[in-house]
Design a protein. Sequence first.
Length: 307
Amino acid sequence: MRQNRLLWLLDRLEREPRADPLIDLLSRAVRALPLGRGRDALHGRWLGHPVHPLMVQVPIGSWLSAAVLDLRPGRSREAGLLVAVGLAAATPAALTGSVDWAQLHRQQQRVGLVHALSNTTAVALYAASLACRVRGRTGRGRTYGFLGLTAVGVGGMLGGHLAYRQASGANHAEEVPHLVTEGWHRIGTMDEFPAGRPVRRSVDDVPVLVVRETGGTVHALADRCSHLAGPLSEGTVDDGCVRCPWHGSVFRLSDGWNVRGPATAPQPAFDTRVVDGHVEVRLRRQDRAERASDDREADRGGSVMAP
């Protein structure tokens, strides 16, 4: 069976390196923007997932509505207003997309660059459409509008490829609760975990980051970063947090909370205890009352350390 032509083109785009110097230049420029804490807001950390898909609804919806009105005689003024609304909303949508794009894998950035070019073309066409409408050239304004909608469609297709084929913006730790079985899992003796040093272990074939504090408390999180599956066990531990070595997301060791982006989802966390000198972990998905009851039972057989 012949490979789908469109998928072949997209796969080839992912492997095409000729735009990499431009990608490096643009991504450095985006990362250098003085956004401060606003960068996390643009990533969507407050929302729990990327905010860009939410922001693009306004320009796309406005422009699609304008196209519907352009099919009806006498509604050019209303269509022009919708074109203007879409143009006004395009800038914040592009900003949220750009900060996400700058923190992606190279293959994702290659597709994302063409996605951005398609949407930039759409903005230019809709700007021309609005200018024509203001000057009374309604027919030409409609033509530019329909061309702009076509460019938006291409950009949307590429955005879908980024989100669903390349998993850009997806929570890469979401699978952990579905793979780790209930109950306590022994992962090693206390002396296998040097204080302050991240160690990687495995529970039901799921990689787990383990960090032992100087005082003896043990923390455990899912090892693959929720942003793009970076290995947290290769990151740096400081002030009760671990920093992902790939894109710099910071997670609190005590509960996996993402205190800094680009990660928008927290890390699955594990309860820990020490029984007869061995560290055991349990995925933290029970409510607090159940954990407290289990911990009291564990106290009778060994010490319990729950972050």
